[in-house]
Design a protein around this ligand. Structure first.
Ligand code: ADP
Length: 276
């Protein structure tokens, strides 16, 4: 692969701790890490995908590290698409997806992290959170499902919870899929227009769309208060799906490569083994 086709550093999308984030200053169509076109990105993405397959196998074989990936974003931002494309071809035995929906009565009877903790990765595992504990400072804030003094305390809990996980050997990557309102309109319209996408259309999404500014404010709170050294947020330009996938795949692959993993030593003296 030629040098100029390599993506630039993804640092630009990482939110440094204690940054006051204003999403209006982050461009959902940014393409600065890879100025090429969609067509040029294909080979790059295939390469990342193959590397991810190998790294996941290594993670599983070494049975030491745990990787938690958190996906958040407005409706239609592409959480499902990321799961489908970035992890395509990866052995499903080593990757789990946990999707967090409206809590059940039993979940609501407990603290909000109760349902989350049991889905965190064990050694050798990658877990992807499709929505997460962050809903408890997003939808809960926007819809006033809890008073401000209740959700306001949660940023601190969440930082402490994630610190617990990283202290105990997890690596955490959090991605906010950043789209603009026009992109959401197009994607909702496509769900109406294309028969095979109609099943995804949900009238409730239109109600949520009206609350766009409230969600933006809630996301700005999250990104400003919970991006830490150990569990950083990345604001991923997500208007263009291929670019979004490229950014996330690059961060995941580079993070796993940074773990300097190795295969466990095989049993001794295997050269003498004869299989009859
Ligand atoms: P998705 O949009 O993730 O594909 P759904 O359409 O079933 O799946 O939406 C899940 C819904 O559950 C979202 O509206 C989300 O805001 C809501 N939800 C998730 N966690 C919570 C929570 N802790 N409290 C209230 N609602 C939640």
């Amino acid at each position: 692969m030629s040098e100029n086709m390599k993506p630039g550093s993804m640092e630009r999308y990482r939110v440094p701790p204690h940054t006051q984030v204003q999403l209006s200053q982050w461009d959902p169509r940014d393409g600065s890490a890879f100025p090429g076109k969609k067509q040029d990105a294909k080979a790059l993405f295939r390469d990342l995908n193959t590397r991810l397959e190998t790294l996941q196998e290594l993670l599983y074989a070494e049975n030491k590290h745990k990787l938690l990936i958190v996906l958040q974003g407005m409706d239609t931002a592409g959480k499902d698409g990321v799961i489908r494309h970035v992890f395509e071809g990866v052995n499903p035995q080593g990757v789990k997806v946990a999707s967090f929906k409206v809590p059940t009565a039993q979940e609501l009877a407990h603290d909000y992290l109760w349902r989350v903790h049991r889905h965190t990765p064990g050694r050798g595992e990658i877990v992807i959170f499709n929505r997460s504990h962050y809903e408890d400072v997003l939808v809960v804030r926007v819809h006033e499902l809890a008073p401000p003094e209740v959700w306001g305390r949660r940023y601190e809990h969440i930082n402490a919870f994630e610190k617990l996980l990283t202290d105990e050997g997890s690596t955490i990557l959090k991605f906010y899929l950043h789209i603009d309102k026009a992109a959401q309109k197009n994607r909702l319209q496509a769900r109406l227009d294309e028969p095979l996408k109609r099943w995804k259309f949900n009238r409730g999404d239109l109600k949520e769309r009206k609350l766009w500014p409230d969600y933006l404010a809630a996301y700005e709170g999250v990104l400003s208060r919970t991006s830490t050294e150990a569990a950083p947020w990345y604001i991923v330009p997500a208007n263009r799906k291929w670019y979004r996938n490229l950014v996330i795949a690059t961060v995941v692959v580079e993070t796993l490569e940074g773990l300097a993993m190795s295969y466990p030593d095989p049993e001794a003296a295997l050269d003498d083994v004869v299989i009859v």
